[in-house]
Ligand binder design. Structure first.
Ligand SMILES: Cc1cc2nc3c(=O)[nH]c(=O)nc-3n(C[C@H](O)[C@H](O)[C@H](O)COP(=O)(O)O)c2cc1C
Length: 200
């Protein structure tokens, strides 16, 4: 599909058919996440694939009922320590000539570096990057004819305990995926006049 059509066709899907998702589609969806941009190329996103009947049943205990009906749910997490490899990522970017011809000296106070952030700010910053990867997956899934839904309503503690997540892994959202069993109308949106404040 053309990107514009994908963006227009995407809906939050909350009713799924039981049909399994072809493996190659799952790979392509994960590949779309892998290619997402991230601050300093940190790539803090980490994923756990939940698809066995037993695991899906377990999901019912910790999130909205419709999630467990999807043949696959991706638990999308952030590695809160991903920024520790900042220098390595920077070296890779230099090797890839990412900054060729670019003046990297920043105005004072403009540094996005983690040195200036407290733990909460850093978590917010890293989660932002994971969110971009999630949306890449959602758009690729739409492109492949699959439905999905961002789900942030879930018991984070229960999920972390169940999946035995290391303390540095923070769950961001659940992403149920499958063939839609509904064809929702477009959901309401604000007009451009409400979201574009001004041109200066
Ligand atoms: C960050 C985020 C969190 C969301 N969390 C939930 C959720 O927990 N449960 C749910 O049913 N939908 C959730 N949604 C879906 C929104 O309700 C939905 O995107 C919005 O109503 C617009 O509908 P549309 O996605 O079909 O355009 C979430 C969406 C986003 C972007």
């Amino acid at each position: 599909m053309e990107l514009k059509s994908v963006i227009e066709a995407r809906r939050s899907i909350r009713r799924f058919r039981p049909d399994p998702i072809p493996e190659e589609h799952i790979e392509q969806i994960l590949e779309a996440a892998r290619l997402a941009p991230s601050g300093g190329n940190t790539q803090p996103w980490r994923f756990i694939l939940i698809s066995s009947p037993a695991a899906r049943e377990k999901l019912q205990e910790l999130t909205l009922g419709f999630v467990a009906a999807a043949p696959l749910t991706i638990a999308c997490c952030t590695d809160l320590e991903a920024n520790r490899a900042y220098r390595e990522r920077y070296r890779e970017l230099l090797q890839a000539r990412a900054f060729e011809g670019v003046q990297l000296k920043m105005p004072e106070g403009a540094s996005p570096g983690d040195a200036a952030m407290n733990a909460d700010q850093l978590k917010g910053y890293l989660n932002l990057n994971t969110a971009i990867a999630v949306e890449h997956m959602i758009l690729r899934a739409t492109d492949l004819g699959l439905g999905s839904c961002w789900v942030m309503m879930f018991d984070r503690k229960k999920l972390a305990d169940w999946l035995e997540l290391a303390p540095n892994l923070a769950p961001v959202c659940l992403l149920p995926l499958g063939y839609a069993d509904q064809q929702p109308l477009p959901r309401p949106r604000k007009g451009l006049n409400e979201i574009v404040l001004k041109t200066v």
